[in-house]
Design a protein around this ligand. Structure first.
Ligand SMILES: Nc1c(NC[C@H](O)[C@H](O)[C@H](O)CO)[nH]c(=O)[nH]c1=O
Ligand SMILES: CC(=O)[C@@H](O)COP(=O)(O)O
Length: 261
């Protein structure tokens, strides 16, 4: 997955079945391995302030234009610059929303992290913070609150959510099975508690709590061979914002014109 410097908002305007994608030129310079197999043409934006992606792969050889490797591209337009998004679909496979390059400017996140099994949760936390950095989230827009254990995460997540100050709350912990059934109590309470915190506050509470049989499993998911669940939670939090315009009562992207079914 490309690591976009996603501090930009893509404002798209429909051009028949294709869109004019525009963003600061620096953004497009980040794209370096887009591999397109179908001829298609993206016109340049008419917005003088933004660079544009002008790509044509008409009859000639395939061109590397960016970092998305897909069989073909169909872009959907919101028509509303407030919520541009790049919706790509792999023509051969099921059409789906693969992700939206959206601005993280102004978004505020909280991270609730359990200290229990800190050898693991500190790695999860770093994964989340590094991901936020990659998505250009400012440090001053991130609040980290630590709690004793995963059992205490939900109450803090709910309190933070009810402040209305955050766009999403990431909940990080590591529940590792011991000799008794205490594991089940903690793991189940953390999961249902985080769910409840999100539902009661109306703020997305992202579940980044590992529930593992042993320490190896946990470490493998905190930056080992199975990735970093803290980083994944941050990505979820950022991309969750793409749906927000449609969920808010404020100005909505009601003229989103998805070209995908
Ligand atoms: N065993 C684990 C715990 N246990 C502590 C609880 O989370 C809680 O702090 C305690 O029961 C007091 O309320 N916490 C974890 O996060 N991970 C564990 O493996
Ligand atoms: C998840 C737990 O609470 C667990 O680590 C506690 O260990 P034990 O079941 O051996 O008391």
């Amino acid at each position: 997955m490309a690591s976009f410097t996603a501090g930009y908002k893509l404002s798209c305007m429909p051009v028949s079945r294709l869109l004019v994608a525009s963003a600061p030129l620096a953004f497009f310079e980040q794209i370096h391995s887009l591999h397109l197999s179908h001829p298609f043409f993206l016109a340049s934006t008419r917005n003088p302030r933004c660079g544009s992606l002008i790509a044509s792969a008409a009859a000639g050889p395939k061109r590397l234009l960016g970092s998305l490797t897909i069989s073909s591209i169909s872009l959907a337009s919101t028509g509303n610059p407030q919520c541009g998004s790049l919706i790509v679909s792999a023509a051969a496979g099921p059409k789906r929303l693969l992700g939206s390059l959206t601005s993280t400017q102004g978004l505020k996140f909280a991270v609730v992290v359990a200290r229990f099994n800190e050898i693991v949760t500190s790695l999860l936390l770093e994964g989340a913070l590094e991901t936020f950095r990659r998505y250009s989230v400012k440090e001053e827009d991130i609040t980290v609150v630590s709690v004793p254990g995963s059992f205490e995460i939900p109450v803090v997540a709910q309190k933070l959510g009810k402040t209305g100050a955050y766009d999403a709350i990431i909940c990080i912990g590591a529940v590792i099975r011991g000799d008794t059934t205490h594991y089940d109590a903690v793991a189940n309470s953390a999961a249902s508690g985080v769910l409840s915190a999100g539902l009661s506050s109306g703020v997305p509470c992202i579940f980044g709590v590992l529930t593992c049989d042993d320490m190896d499993q946990a470490l493998n998911r905190a930056g080992g061979k199975s990735g970093n669940k803290g980083a994944e939670a941050a990505i979820t939090a950022v991309h969750f914002q793409d749906n927000q315009p449609a969920l808010h009562s404020g100005p909505v992207c009601n003229n989103m014109v998805p070209l995908i079914a």
